[in-house]
Design a protein around this ligand. Structure first.
Ligand code: ZN
Length: 549
């Protein structure tokens, strides 16, 4: 007898009785389904729901984002039908049609698909959020082949001398749409001597996009500056602004920055959607033993926990995975972020506003009056914020924050630099997580990889012997824009401070010494964790070298 979804969710530790109480209370007001309420309250994500549903029904779960759906398969049913039946054809296998379904109990939908396509159907469970997004995306780009539209527009520009405002508007819109299609975090529009070039940053790496005629440079630049409320007359100084952009029913907050280069203004657009997917530690990429460590440190009642790494290393994502571990219904969790990248119910989220003067320091100073249990301070940048964080943790609060350091141990000298006394570091610092993101090999073009001599030399130099022979790489395909990678995962190191390590800090031991002892006591370094992912065939050796050196 299959278990009820609710029971499974509880068994997995995703949802507690208190959460159900709140979800039922909200359901009475809003009329939502209980599953919807649980998701909307952030207690469980749609991916987690889908996986539980898969476990309950025995129907495999599939991540719809990992599939390059062939055009002819997509054309088997229309967008309207896909949307209303909550089914999406994703591929053919042994004469059967693979169909992603949100609700496998909906047999009538499956019947309809079989009738419409004349093919027997193989069900696979997809999660509702990805399904909605996928339907929007795949049908939109099926009807609007963006690359050929871009080529066509640029072609017209080459032919028209001067700048046609309609073409400029169209091209700007297409560049933004292509950014969304590639899931870029940033779009770079870079002037050179003879032309302008567009690049997209995807999964941390720049991808070349398009080439725009020089004659359109002024038009494109002005267009974007106007959208972002930036002074178009000023071309010799860096400027910044922002605008809102809605595409495929999703809202983006686009931050624009310009700098004057020798060939004109270089423009970078940062795309923020404010609706990142929430993860748990294991789905971020942490190994089981590391997850146990992380859960332990984040359950400390007070102290400081730091996540370190360069910009774009997923620090916020990890902090949010940590917040989800906390008993949010029993604790007052308050945050200041720049900007808010995730929304989580029952977390009092605030956002830095430079214009009004609301910054990390001001927020931290005022949080104490908000009766907090847990404070998330987006970043500790200066002495005042550091001292407020220390004071808060000494007085019995849990403070979560980030720092820019290369590794976990590096957080210790950084805190000392910020004026924190050694005895305060040892009194309140509970742990440090250093983290990087490595790209995952694209599942659609994954292939075996033979280690070369120089690879073997690299591994020998770092003193590592590969235990498994299944090393892979991505050959490159349409799904991954020929990069060989799709999505990223976190590789980190978790430093938990025990008495011996604290004593070393008090004695003023060097970071090398502290790290050495930490490793001796079982801390796995970022590199070691990355190599575990290599041996598991999840990432490639060159990717590890790119990220970790
Ligand atoms: Zn690929």
């Amino acid at each position: 007898m299959a278990k009820k979804i609710g029971e499974l969710l509880k068994e997995k530790g995703y949802v507690t009785d208190e959460m159900f109480t709140v979800a039922y209370a909200q359901q009475r007001i809003t009329g939502q389904l209980i599953g919807e309420a649980l998701q909307q309250l952030g207690f469980v994500t749609s991916i987690e729901m889908a996986k539980v549903l898969s476990e309950q029904t025995g129907i495999p779960y599939i991540n719809i984002r990992d599939i390059d759906i062939p055009k002819e398969i997509l054309q088997l049913i229309t967008r309207d039908v896909a949307e209303s039946l909550e089914c999406l054809p994703i591929g053919k296998e042994n004469g059967r049609l693979n169909v992603g379904v949100v609700n496998p109990a909906n047999v009538l939908s499956i019947d309809r698909i079989t009738k419409l396509t004349g093919m027997p159907v193989n069900m696979l469970i997809v999660d509702s959020d990805s399904f909605k997004e996928a339907v929007e995306r795949v049908y939109y780009f099926l009807e609007n082949p963006i690359l050929s539209m871009l080529e066509e527009t640029i072609g017209h520009m080459v032919k028209t001398v001067g700048a046609d405002p309609n073409l400029i508007s169209k091209l700007t819109e297409l560049i933004l749409q292509d950014g969304v299609r590639r899931e870029a975090t940033d779009i770079h529009i870079t002037p050179e001597s003879n032309a302008m070039h567009v690049f997209y940053r995807v999964d941390g790496v720049l991808q070349y996009g398009h080439c725009i005629p020089k004659a359109s440079q002024a038009g494109i630049t002005s267009k974007i500056k106007i959208m972002a409320s930036i002074d178009i007359a000023e071309q010799r100084l860096p400027q910044d602004g922002f605008f809102n952009y809605t595409f495929l029913r999703k809202k983006y907050d686009i931050r624009v920055s310009t700098i004057p280069t020798i060939f004109g203004e270089n423009i970078v657009l940062r795309l923020l959607s404010g609706s990142g997917t929430l993860f748990r530690f294991d789905s971020l990429g942490y190994e089981k033993d590391e997850v146990n460590k992380l859960e332990k440190v984040f359950h400390k009642p007070f102290g400081i926990l730091l996540v370190t790494g360069p910009t774009g290393s997923g620090k916020t994502t990890t902090l949010y995975a940590a917040l989800r571990q906390l008993k949010l219904l029993e604790k007052n969790v308050i945050t200041v972020e720049d900007p808010v990248e995730y929304r989580l119910s029952f977390v009092r989220q605030t956002q830095v506003n430079t214009k009004s003067g609301y910054n990390f320091t001001l927020a931290a100073r005022n949080f104490m009056r908000q009766d907090p249990d847990v404070m998330l301070i987006g970043e500790i940048r200066d002495e005042e914020t550091a001292s407020i964080a220390i004071r808060a943790s000494i007085t019995g609060h849990l403070v979560l924050s980030t720092l820019h350091t290369n590794d976990a141990v590096g957080a210790i000298p950084r805190l000392l630099d910020l004026g924190v006394e050694k005895y305060n570091v040892t009194a309140v610092l509970v742990g440090v997580i250093a983290q990087r993101l490595v790209r995952k090999i694209c599942p659609a073009c994954k292939a075996k990889y033979e280690l070369t001599d120089s690879d073997n030399k690299y591994l020998a130099d770092i003193g590592y012997t590969i235990k498994a022979s299944n090393i892979y790489y991505g050959k490159g395909c349409e799904l991954c824009f020929d990069t060989g990678f799709l999505g990223r995962l976190a590789v980190g190191e978790v430093l938990v401070l025990d008495d011996e390590l604290k004593e070393l800090i008090n004695e003023g031991a060097s970071v090398i010494k502290i790290k050495h002892v930490a490793v001796e006591k079982g801390m796995r370094t970022m590199l070691e964790n990355a190599l575990i992912k290599l041996e598991a065939g999840v990432t490639s050796l060159h990717e590890i070298q790119r990220v970790l050196g």
